[in-house]
Write a protein that binds this ligand. Structure first.
Ligand code: SF4
Length: 375
């Protein structure tokens, strides 16, 4: 099983915490689409060698793609892929783009899963984050998705935001659960380099939240979602049974994927490759029929580190069979380094999988770091 990721690099405005590749020059969309169609053509080898079962449109803001351009993308993809075999096609949506005319454009496509960038239910926090939607648009768009027959819906939330009290986070979850959705991703606000928040942090105009807020809000999230029958299957991801993201699960279990569009990453044949992070350069290279990526053959150590990093963030854990496939020395290294975590009952082995106890998933970064191998 393999996945296809398509990066749509346009945002009307830039959120203050965002370090994804994007441009606010939305006028470049038609040219980008022509380049993307070219890149799809150049990827025929992948479509014939790997069984693509999921497609994910991420960004940027995929809900800015015009109806005409959405049709062009799916028409081109249909030459290489049999959509009856694609299990999940997700499109990320900014709530203020989602209206009746967008739904009617979407209905012409095989998209069957919608991902709403909600982030917060409070207008002052949304403004603080630099988001362009408001809370009313969140609730209206989720209702419209539901009444339009989209019942595989995920929402993204952010916690650990300066100014977001614990009570406000509790209320966020209560209010969100009055709306229809089947999957929720919640991420702690991270101050990334090259963002507005980073500059404010350097200038001491922004202070990160205290660790006690972070852990309260995360633990409350995990407990609350359990009560709502949302199962946690990754550090930041929760869903009703059967509604897990197949596309993201494919990344975490080390399956192959192809990324198209500027800055998109791919992984196949033990090779990692990444496209140029500049839409102008991306367009130029593809129009000249040149490759728009750099690639690197992964070493056994890289593959071992990837397995640990991705697997231990999931409830399922890391496959011992796959670890052994990296080589006996890697497997022994992992087992030896894990002894303290086994003794503390943080790490558990059951059948073919080694995983962190659910309550310890929040600590996964620290554990993973200790199990990593230097290159
Ligand atoms: S968070 Fe999303 S919408 Fe905001 S700037 Fe980044 S890619 Fe664009």
């Amino acid at each position: 099983m393999a996945g296809l990721y398509i990066h749509v690099p346009f945002c009307k405005t830039v959120c203050k915490y965002c370090d994804f590749y994007k441009t606010s020059n939305v006028l470049l969309q038609d040219l980008y689409i022509q380049s993307l169609l070219k890149e799809i053509e150049k990827s025929e080898f992948f479509f014939s060698d790997f069984p693509v079962r999921t497609i994910y449109f991420g960004g940027g803001t995929p809900s800015l793609i015009s109806s005409k351009n959405l049709d062009l993308i799916f028409e081109k993809l249909s030459r290489y892929l049999d959509f009856s075999k694609i299990e999940e096609i997700t499109l990320e949506i900014n709530p203020d783009d989602f209206n009746a005319s967008f739904v009617s454009a979407l209905k012409n496509t095989p998209v069957n899963r919608l991902s709403f960038g909600v982030q917060s239910i409070y207008d002052d926090i949304l403004k603080y984050l630099g988001r362009r939607h408001n809370s009313l648009q969140i609730f209206e768009s989720l209702e419209l998705a539901n009444s339009s027959g989209y019942n595989n819906v995920t929402v993204d939330l952010i916690y650990g935001i300066p100014g977001l009290s614990n009570d406000a986070w509790i209320k966020t979850l209560e209010v969100m659960f009055q709306n229809p959705f089947t999957h929720l991703s919640a991420y702690h606000l991270i101050i990334e380099k090259n963002t507005v928040f980073y500059n404010e942090w350097i200038q001491k105009r922004l202070v990160e939240v205290d660790e006690s807020f972070s852990s309260f809000q995360y633990n409350y999230l995990v407990d609350y979602l359990k009560q709502k029958q949302f199962q946690q299957y990754e550090v930041s991801n929760f869903s009703l049974s059967g509604c897990e993201s197949r596309h993201n699960s494919l990344y975490w279990s080390g399956e192959e994927y192809l990324g198209l569009g500027p800055s998109a990453h791919s992984y196949f044949n033990n090779t990692r490759r990444w496209n140029v992070s500049d839409v102008g350069e991306y367009n130029r290279q593809l129009m000249k029929n040149e490759d728009c990526y750099t690639d690197e053959l992964l070493t056994e150590t890289d593959l071992y580190n990837e397995l640990i990093m991705l697997g231990l963030r999931t409830v399922k854990g890391v496959s011992l069979t796959k670890l052994k496939q990296c080589g006996d020395s890697y497997y022994s290294y992992f087992m030896n380094k894990s002894i303290p975590f086994f003794n503390e009952n943080l790490l558990i082995v059951e059948g073919d999988y080694c995983f962190l106890r659910n309550e310890s998933l929040f600590l996964s970064d620290g554990v993973i770091e200790k199990l990593f191998l230097a290159k």
